[in-house]
Write a protein that binds this ligand. Sequence first.
Ligand code: FE2
Length: 279
Amino acid sequence: MLNANPLTGSIGVEVTGLDLTAPPPPDEIAELNRLFVEHSVLVVRDQKLTPQQMVKAVELFGEIFEQHNKRFALPDCPEIHYLSNQDHFQESGKRYIPGEGYHTDHSNDAEPPKATVLFAVELPDSGGDTQFVDMRRAYDELPETTKERLAPLTAVHVYQSKHSERKLMALSPEQQAKIPASVRHPLVRTHPENGRKALYLNPIRIESIDGMEDAEALELLEELLAHATQETYQYRHKWRPGDLVMWDNRCLLHKANGDYDHAQRRYLYRVMLKGDRPA
Ligand SMILES: [Fe+2]
């Protein structure tokens, strides 16, 4: 029997008593989808999944999003990419912590993935938490004047914003050819499944705000990011082996932490689900 416990007052719900090696009954699948949309971060504990079983489990929530960069695909299950602290390095040889710094995944796509799912295969003894920010509550609690100012605004998203402090891995020409040079998304988007509004920011990808000078746009984006990333809007996930964590990119920011002993291996599987055009 499936048990669900909320992890904070808003985002995050922990599910126990579930074994995703085989499909659950339809009522449980519906309940899992409902929990995901309501709580935005779904934490399913104690799973023992092969890559193929993980893909089947994730497909209960939607259609798999084809990843742009094939470099970290599992050879026998290319829908899954792995995250590992052992072989992600920049060209300079510097260790690269994927996902460091708040962001939402692939917002430079016309239709960014609605969800990202990680499965913890191997973890360091401590550290390496993933932090999530509830962009619905962050939006709800903005002053009315700010909401009115944001309502008509659209932002230009690119692979790597000129303003980003974090430098992403360089794309090969083939990868570059697969993604648009830039896309426009509203700064406030409405969740297609529950109608709730959320701030849609991405400090590593937003290049500009339409109709605004860079200085003014940056000031606004920094102010919104500082507001949204306050501790009160956060859920900080401490990983346990066997955790399957799925989050809603449409209404959250997330970031990784590289604060662990890198002599220990941290290895997770990653899958994303297709989403629609932000509106
Ligand atoms: Fe990410």
